[in-house]
Design a protein around this ligand. Structure first.
Ligand code: GLU
Length: 284
């Protein structure tokens, strides 16, 4: 068994991260497996080395250890670009010049007043650029995003094993059809307009490159797992077992976010909390 914790160094780790990291670490240890760390610093406009240093410090403080070197997404550009090029050449990707406003306008147009359908990444792309001149612009073209042509990419039926629980109690063997992938996920972005590879593609390639067998992460990523499973099939990569865990919420029942600096591990540490206190707070 190989598990991982994959934080983005864009803010302080909070109690939710501690829960996720400890869950992945404990699962690997209980099975005599291995726990890996991966720094998801793909968005170089938001990632900071200071946050990365703080991540190492906080995790060590919690008693978590991992083998070096740590995989960092910022070093994986060549691998991501090679896959994007390949997918584009095989007709699975198309260029898209739409910004958020364009997408909202096009998606709302057919039925005024009716909420447009959404997927894991927000409003489903209405297909504006599909089949246009823009669609033919290759990955790497400035200002152009690249989307997966889901109707071409999805085929047959899909399945993955969930050993945790989705937000609606989904567990066990989760299956869905190619038609469902088109309807629920849409033409997701794999290369962003700002030139960075999208999370969905990076996570799938990195989990495979690190040989991750069990992905342990928060329930908020359960729906996105369908995207990952479609991409794994398309790219000939194995589908790991997924374990989505409950989210740590604040006193108002709201999910913790990076901006909740008040609940940063570092804050609890300076206030004198011990790792045992943290574990108690998150119910471990
Ligand atoms: N980097 C993601 C985050 O910090 C984690 C993604 C994952 O675990 O798949 O939310």
């Amino acid at each position: 068994m190989i598990t991982r914790f994959a934080p983005s160094p864009t803010g302080p780790l909070h109690l939710g991260h501690a829960f996720s990291a400890l869950a992945a670490y404990d699962m690997a240890r209980a099975a005599g497996g291995q726990f890996l760390l991966r720094i998801e610093d793909i968005d170089q406009t938001r990632a900071r080395t200071e946050w990365e240093a703080q991540i190492y410090d906080d995790l060590h403080w919690l008693g978590i250890v991992w083998p070096e070197p740590v995989m960092r997404q910022s070093t994986r550009g060549a691998a991501y670009r090679a896959v994007l090029k390949d997918l584009f050449q095989n007709g699975f990707l198309y260029g898209c010049a739409c910004n958020r406003r364009d997408i909202l306008a096009a998606a709302s147009a057919p039925q005024e007043g009716v909420e447009p359908p959404t997927g894991p990444d927000g409003i489903l792309y209405p297909g504006t650029c599909r089949g246009t001149e823009t669609a033919l612009l290759p990955p790497g073209t400035p200002g152009i995003a690249h989307r997966l042509d889901m109707a071409r990419a999805a085929m047959g039926s899909y399945a993955f094993t969930e050993t945790g629980e989705g937000p609606n109690g989904e567990s066990g063997e989760i299956t869905f059809s190619a038609e469902a992938a088109v309807a629920l996920l849409g033409d997701i972005v794999l290369a962003r307009r700002d030139g960075f590879v999208a999370y969905h593609l990076a996570v799938v390639l990195d989990d495979a490159a690190q040989g991750i067998t069990h992905v342990v992460r928060g329930q908020d990523l359960f729906e996105a797992t369908r995207i990952h499973v479609v991409l794994q099939r398309l790219l000939g990569l194995p589908t790991p077992i997924y374990h989505h865990h409950r989210l740590i919420r604040d006193d108002q029942g709201k999910r913790l976010a990076k901006r909740d600096d008040a609940r940063a591990l570092a804050k609890y540490r300076t206030d004198g909390a011990t790792p045992a206190d943290i574990k108690r707070m998150i119910g471990l």
